[in-house]
Ligand binder design. Structure first.
Ligand code: SF4
Length: 497
């Protein structure tokens, strides 16, 4: 069970990813893979294994609608091959037409990891150079560091109003010893995740490891809390097990069918009003104002005490009604429904209304989850154990040596290996092929796997091949880093604090 205590700042490993599906509601990526236009190899190889609400991002991708992808990097050490996965995910979404953002979580590094600003500056540049070298387009995308982004900090402040200490306790295990800046860095991170939506609401995906899921869930919660206009809640309540609520909405729905054709009527209705018998005086005021609006728009509400139908709705009347309803956000939250629209259209409408009335209209952020790479020495790949990982800044020869020294899933002797085959599923070297060295070449990755399983591949040669590929990769990557240096200098981000 300890494996499931997801702690973004801890060193938890997740041994059984399937439990995540049941326990935390993360969905299997396999279910959506078929809807990805040209899946990244990390998706095809199930290294990206889970998602939360990724369908709405895919729908935007498919329909050429705006969407965003964002990831933050805490500059606490060298970027390594585990980070490369996340860089690749961001870059892939950018290539699919998304607004891509990479941010440097320098406030978090300073508050949660106590790094000095000088250290942070050094690592910041290293992360960004690797990101650009791997293909991120800084002109098309957004780069920023938390400490200098006023907009994000303002949003963090607003979100902080919606968050309280008990939640920090519950979600992150914060206690009386936790310093205030650490808490502030959490709301800043929430603001990071929602910031691509500040110009307009749009589906946003955050590629993360499963240990970061608490952040994703909290950001989704906060996005919902800043909403005040509840079309979706009304739809959702048809599905919840609240009899009264359901009955109310069902009555509303019935009332809104055209008695002649039995077709749904185009209208926006507040369910409270429709169940008119119980209207309170407070509701009456609001109702009168909607009636006025409708009349001003040249529409005569039918049986105004009971319901408001817009039988032959003109767009103006329809909008006037929406305006009126939105103006009464407190009264009608959760009770506004829009018929003759599908759920997505209704959500979009709700957002439009909300933004028009000064709200954020945030779409709850989506996420995709990748497996962690095993350390080269077995166990977890860790920035603080140099032999366990390959830094993108390692000398190519050093990279070669580290692969050669890695543990494998091989048998005790060559004979045994030929007879029984190796165990690629438990082999950090095979992971290097699958996660990185085979790159887009699925056939190559599969061949390594099969040859290993069949005992046709022995660890010595296999490591030699991997080590050579790693050496080549590092040399090439570092050459590219040097090439993008100027481009980074020209990019819109402060490299020094
Ligand atoms: Fe790992 Fe290669 Fe040995 Fe198989 S042959 S166990 S993939 S090192």
């Amino acid at each position: 069970a300890d494996d499931l205590a997801l702690d973004p700042w801890g060193s938890s490993t997740v041994s059984d990813y399937r439990k995540l599906f049941e326990e935390f509601g993360i969905e299997s990526f396999e279910d959506v893979l078929g809807d990805v236009p040209t899946p990244h190899y990390l998706m095809r190889r199930a290294i990206i294994f889970g998602h939360r609400d990724y369908r709405r991002v895919l729908a935007a991708m498919r329909d050429d609608e705006p969407f965003a992808a964002l990831s933050g990097f805490m500059p606490t050490g060298d970027p390594h091959i585990g980070h490369k996965m996340v860089f690749d995910e961001i870059i892939w979404h950018q290539e699919q037409g998304g607004d891509a953002t990479a941010l440097i979580a320098d406030l978090e590094a300073h508050a949660a990891r106590a790094l000095s600003w000088a250290e942070i500056d050094e690592h910041t540049k290293d992360y960004l150079l690797s990101l650009l070298a791997l293909g991120f387009d800084p002109e098309a995308g957004t780069l920023y560091r938390q400490s200098t982004n006023r907009e994000v900090q303002d949003l963090a402040f607003e979100l902080g109003i919606e968050a309280n200490f008990s939640e920090f306790e519950g979600i992150y295990g914060f206690d009386g010893e936790t310093d205030v800046s650490h808490m502030q860095s959490v709301v800043t991170q929430m603001a990071d995740i929602l910031s691509p939506q500040l110009d307009e609401p749009k589906p946003t995906v955050v590629p993360v490891g499963p240990d970061q899921d608490p952040h994703v869930r909290f950001a989704r919660d906060l996005a919902a809390r800043t909403r005040y206009f509840g079309v979706t809640e009304a739809f959702a309540s048809f599905e919840v097990d609240d009899e009264d609520e359901r009955a109310l909405l069902a009555r509303a729905y019935d009332a809104l069918r055209d008695p002649d054709t039995d077709e749904p009527v185009r209208c926006v209705a507040a369910a409270d009003w429709l169940a008119d018998a119980d209207l309170t005086d407070a509701d009456g005021d609001a109702r009168d104002r909607v009636v006025e609006k409708l009349e001003a728009a040249g529409k005569e509400p039918l049986r105004p005490r009971v319901r408001f139908l817009d039988r032959n709705a003109t767009d103006e009347a329809f909008e006037a009604l929406i305006d009126a309803v939105a103006g009464e956000k407190r009264v009608f939250e959760g009770h506004v429904d829009s018929f003759e629209m599908d759920r997505d259209a209704a959500e979009d409408l709700a957002r439009e209304v909300e933004v028009a009335h000064g709200g954020y209209g945030f779409v709850p952020p989506s996420s995709i989850y990748h497996r962690f790479m095993t350390g080269l020495t077995g166990g977890k790949m860790s920035s603080s154990i140099p032999a366990s990982h390959i830094s993108l800044l390692d000398d190519p020869e050093e990279g070669y040596d580290k692969v050669k020294a890695a543990t494998t899933g091989g048998r005790t002797s060559a004979e045994e290996q030929r007879e029984l085959g190796g165990e690629p599923d438990d082999c950090p070297v095979y992971e290097l092929y699958a996660y990185l060295l085979a790159s887009d070449d699925d056939e190559f990755a599969e061949r390594v796997y099969e040859e290993c399983r069949e005992g046709e591949r022995l660890c010595g040669d296999c490591k030699e091949q991997a080590a050579t590929l790693m050496e080549e990769f590092l040399a090439e990557h570092q050459e590219k880093r040097a090439e993008v240096e100027e481009r980074l200098e020209a990019a819109d981000i402060e490299l020094e604090s």
